[in-house]
Design a protein around this ligand. Structure first.
Ligand SMILES: Cc1ncc(COP(=O)(O)O)c(C=O)c1O
Length: 403
C-alpha cells in the first residue's frame, strides 16, 4: 500500500548530499543527515566569517558575536523561549548532566525523590542516579501503558510531595510514543515538583513551545534536528538558571576574577565556560531555519504517514512483532521471530537500508519489553514511501532466511 504524504520527498532528498540515490537512510533517531543550508552555514563559518566571540574588539569578532547571539535568539524562538534562557551545550546528554549537577544536587535533600519513566534514554537516567546517590535521594519509575506510553494515571498515583523533580522523554527514541507533556507538567507542578523534558526526538518531529507546555527545563541535541554534532540546547526558566551555580568554570563565564574571590556572569554566559562551538551554533541556526521552512506540522504529518505505512506492511508479516503505539512519532521498533536484531540490520544493509539495532541506550525499557534488543527504523524529512517499500522487502527477506 502506498500512503500519500503532502511532502515532495524527492525535492527534499536533493537537499541532502550525503544520501546517495537508492539508499534508504532510516536511522534519523540516532542522528539526522544534514541539508545543504546547514553544510553551507558551517562552511561559511569556517571559510569566510570565522573569528572568536564575546572577546574581540575588531569588526570580524563583533560580527561573529552578533551571529552567535542571533542564533541563540533563533533557537529561543524555535522552542518558544527567551534568548537568555537558552544555554548552548554539547548535546542533550550534557544538558541533563548540567541540570543534575547544578540544580538537583543543589536543591534536593536526603529523602527527596526523583520520578523517571521506564522508557527513558540512559542520558535521562544515569545523571539522576549519580545525583541521587550523592544527595541521598531516591528514584521512582513510572510504568508504561499496554500500548507503550508513559502511564500518566500511574504517574499521578505515584507523585508525592517528596518528589522534587520529574524527568521524562517527550518522545521515546525506541517506541516513538509521545508524552502528553502538558498533562505531565500539570501533574508534576501539582505536588510542587519541577519537570525536565527530554526533547531529543520531539523537537525534529513536532512543534514544541516550552512556554505553552509550562515545563521547567527542556533539552535537545542539534544533530537530531538536521544540525551539526557537538551542539545542543538546555532551555530553563530564567529564575531557576539564575539560582544555579556554574558547573564548568574558567574563561567567559565570569563577572570578575581576583585571587581573593571570583564572581560569575548571569545566565546564559555562566554556563558557557571557555570558547564555545561557534560554528556549530551557526549550523544550528541554519537547521532551525531549514526545519521551519518546511514546517513542523508538515514534517509531523509526513512522518506519521510513513509510520502508518511501515506498521501496516510490517504487521502483515506473521513473524514480525511491533513495539510502540500505532501513532508513534517517526519511529518504528520491531522484532522478527528467530532473528537477532543485529542480523536483521545486517541483511537490510545488504539491500541498502540503514536501520539501527540494539538496546538504543534504553536497557531498562528492553527489560520491560522482555527483549535484549530491537530493530528500529526511524524517519526524517528525506524519507519517502519508496524507503518503506525497501524496508519491508528487506524484512521479508529476513523472514525467509530465518524461516
Ligand atoms: C531521547 C534521547 N535522549 C537523549 C539522547 C542523547 O542525545 P546526545 O547523544 O545527542 O547527547 C538521545 C540520543 O539518542 C535520545 O534519543
Amino acid at each position: 500500500m502506498s500512503v500519500a504524504t503532502d511532502l515532495r520527498p524527492l525535492d527534499l532528498l536533493a537537499d541532502f548530499p550525503a544520501i546517495p540515490e537508492g539508499w534508504a537512510y532510516l536511522d534519523t533517531a540516532a542522528t539526522a543527515q544534514k541539508p545543504r543550508p546547514v553544510i553551507d552555514a558551517v562552511t561559511r563559518g569556517y571559510a569566510a566569517t570565522y573569528a572568536t566571540v564575546h572577546r574581540g574588539v575588531y569588526q570580524r569578532s563583533a560580527d561573529m558575536t552578533y551571529a552567535y547571539e542571533a542564533a541563540r535568539a533563533r533557537v529561543a524562538k524555535f522552542i518558544g523561549g527567551k534568548a537568555e534562557e537558552v544555554i548552548f551545550v554539547r548535546g542533550a546528554t550534557e544538558a541533563i548532566n548540567l541540570v543534575a549537577q547544578c540544580w538537583a544536587q543543589e536543591q534536593l535533600k536526603p529523602g527527596d525523590r526523583i520520578l523517571l519513566s521506564t522508557l527513558e534514554h540512559h542520558a535521562n537516567i544515569v545523571p539522576w542516579q549519580m545525583a541521587a546517590e550523592k544527595i541521598g535521594a531516591a528514584i521512582d519509575v513510572i510504568p508504561l501503558t499496554e500500548d507503550h506510553r508513559i502511564d500518566l494515571h500511574a504517574m499521578e498515583a505515584m507523585l508525592t510531595e517528596a518528589h522534587k523533580l520529574v524527568a521524562l522523554g517527550h518522545v521515546s527514541n525506541v517506541l516513538g510514543s509521545t508524552l502528553d507533556a502538558k498533562r505531565a507538567v500539570e501533574l508534576a507542578h501539582a505536588v510542587g515538583a519541577k519537570i525536565l523534558l527530554d526533547g531529543c526526538q520531539a523537537v525534529p518531529r513536532m512543534p514544541v513551545d516550552v512556554a505553552a507546555l509550562g515545563c521547567d527545563f527542556y533539552v535537545f541535541s542539534g544533530h537530531k534536528l538536521y544540525g551539526p554534532t557537538g551542539i545542543g540546547v538546555l532551555w530553563g526558566r530564567y529564575a531557576l538558571l539564575d539560582a544555579m551555580p556554574p558547573w564548568q568554570v574558567g574563561g567567559s563565564m565570569i563577572d570578575r576574577v581576583t585571587f581573593a574571590k571570583t564572581t560569575y556572569a548571569p545566565p546564559p554566559g555562566r554556563f558557557e565556560a571557555g570558547t564555545p562551538h561557534i560554528v556549530g551554533v551557526l549550523g544550528l541556526h541554519a537547521a532551525c531555519d531549514y526545519v521551519d521552512g518546511i514546517g513542523l506540522e508538515r514534517i509531523h504529518a509526513h512522518e506519521t504517514a510513513l509510520v502508518r505505512q511501515a506498521r501496516e506492511a510490517l504487521s502483515a508479516l506473521n513473524s514480525v512483532r511491533l513495539f510502540g503505539p500505532e501513532d508513534s512519532a517517526g519511529i518504528v521498533s520491531f522484532a522478527v521471530e528467530g532473528a537477532h536484531p543485529h542480523d536483521i540490520a545486517t541483511i537490510l544493509d545488504e539491500g541498502q537500508v540503514a536501520i539501527r539495532a540494539g538496546h538504543h541506550c534504553a536497557q531498562p525499557l528492553m527489560d520491560a519489553l522482555g527483549v535484549a534488543a530491537t530493530a528500529r527504523a526511524s524517519f526524517g524529512v528525506y524519507n519517502s514511501a519508496a524507503d518503506i517499500d525497501m524496508l519491508v522487502r528487506g524484512v521479508e527477506r529476513v523472514t525467509r532466511i530465518f524461516g
